[in-house]
Ligand binder design. Structure first.
Ligand code: PLP
Length: 382
């Protein structure tokens, strides 16, 4: 390679990259992603060129994928009949699940909470399925009492969220599981964020109801390693209760080494798979438990600091997500950006959202709260 040319290109990339916010700075406070664990970066590079869309060329990488799916299946109490598919993230997990539900049922309505991720809007547009939203209760979880009344002969699936995008709330999946079993309806649990959190909160003694495939009514569950799994983008997994269902979303694959291909993606890198596998091996269950405990401690610290300046979270946090109700969240977000902080606003609720990811420390929160207080005073929130 021509060294001059290479250096020039790399310098240009460095210069452009400087425009980005970084997790390392600690100033990204509203994202559900984080800086991947260092071992994820090393593993990713080793598998950069591998293609799991053509698995017989890469049997070693395929083995790693199987090991990762086994780890996640065990984490989510999947039965032996189950299988898993690697996804680009939570959006693909939701799309694939609803594709499966539509094919299995031949029906087109999806009952889901108002807090469902906007990827369901894409699903409605892509697949011509109709969304039947269920209002939330006072704790910002799906009001499950309203679900039965919305079931019709057209219902293809019910969706519950375990770790909502807006506030990290968990819908009552045991109730949804019972409803789905009684009415023979497909149940998808969107645990894109909470999948790597709830199992460890339970181990830490938090009182959270079951949410995974331990419940007989759950059909699929999505979980993203590129969120709280501390791994590299893009990596989600969809665990499917019955591997026979895969026929419904498989096609004959003419020009790759395997006979069929399942799911949406064709060519896909083994890099993120190896990265996520390496993190699971490195951290193990005890490492994840510690990680979640740390994030929760930062969350409680944040809650305390907010109360000290006269702000309070919208609801008691279930996981490491905090919503703060404000009169003009968009103005506060804009002003905070001037101080170098990136937080998200949730228009539907009229709040700002903080996600206390592994890159956020108590010291960072202390600095942030000083600026937040200034901004809230400037803008008349305090
Ligand atoms: N589901 C939930 C609950 C989420 O919070 C998100 C993203 O934040 C998604 C799905 C979509 O995930 P992705 O952006 O990885 O596609």
């Amino acid at each position: 390679m021509n060294n001059n040319r290479r250096n020039k290109i790399l310098k240009e990339l460095d210069r452009i990259r400087k425009k980005d916010f970084t997790y390392e700075s600690g100033h990204i406070l509203g994202s559900m992603c984080t800086q991947p664990h260092p071992i994820a970066k090393q593993a990713y590079m080793k598998f950069l060129e591998t293609n799991l869309g053509d698995p017989e060329l890469f049997p070693g990488t395929k083995d790693i994928e199987k090991n990762l799916i086994d780890f996640i299946s065990k984490l989510l109490n999947a039965p032996t009949s189950s299988t898993g598919l690697i996804m680009g993230g939570g959006t693909e997990g939701n799309i694939t699940s609803m594709w499966l539900a539509k094919k299995l049922s031949g029906k087109k309505e999806i009952i889901l909470p108002e807090s469902a991720h906007f990827s369901f809007q894409k699903i409605a547009s892509l697949t011509d399925m109709k969304l039947v939203p269920i209002p939330l209760d006072k704790n910002y979880s799906m009001d499950v009492d309203l679900v039965k009344g919305k079931i019709s002969k057209n219902t293809a699936a019910i969706v519950g969220i375990a770790g909502s995008t807006e506030l990290g709330t968990v819908d009552s999946i045991p109730d949804l599981s019972k409803i789905c079993q009684d009415n023979d309806i497909f149940l998808h649990v969107d645990a894109a964020f909470g999948g790597y959190v709830i199992p460890f909160l339970k181990k830490l003694g938090h009182d959270i109801p079951d949410f995974d495939l331990k419940l007989k009514g759950v059909s699929t569950i999505s979980i993203d390693a590129h969120k709280m799994g501390y791994s590299a983008i893009p990596l989600g997994t969809l665990i499917i209760k019955d591997k026979k269902w895969l026929d419904k979303i498989s096609v004959e694959a003419a020009c790759v080494s395997s006979k069929t291909q399942t799911g949406l993606m064709g060519t896909r890198s083994g890099g993120p798979v190896a990265a996520s596998y390496a993190v699971t091996k490195y951290l193990g269950l005890s490492g994840y438990k510690k990680l979640i405990d740390n994030c929760m401690n930062v969350t409680y610290h944040t809650e305390k600091k907010l109360r000290e300046i006269g702000l309070k979270p919208l609801i008691k946090p279930t996981m490491n997500v905090l919503g703060i109700k404000l009169k003009k969240p968009d103005v506060v977000v804009q002003e905070l950006t001037k101080y170098g902080w990136k937080v998200n606003k949730i228009d539907r609720i009229g709040c700002i959202r903080l996600v206390l990811m592994p890159h956020v420390t108590q010291n960072i929160i202390d600095d942030f709260v000083i600026d937040l207080e200034k901004v809230c005073k400037q803008t008349g929130e305090l």
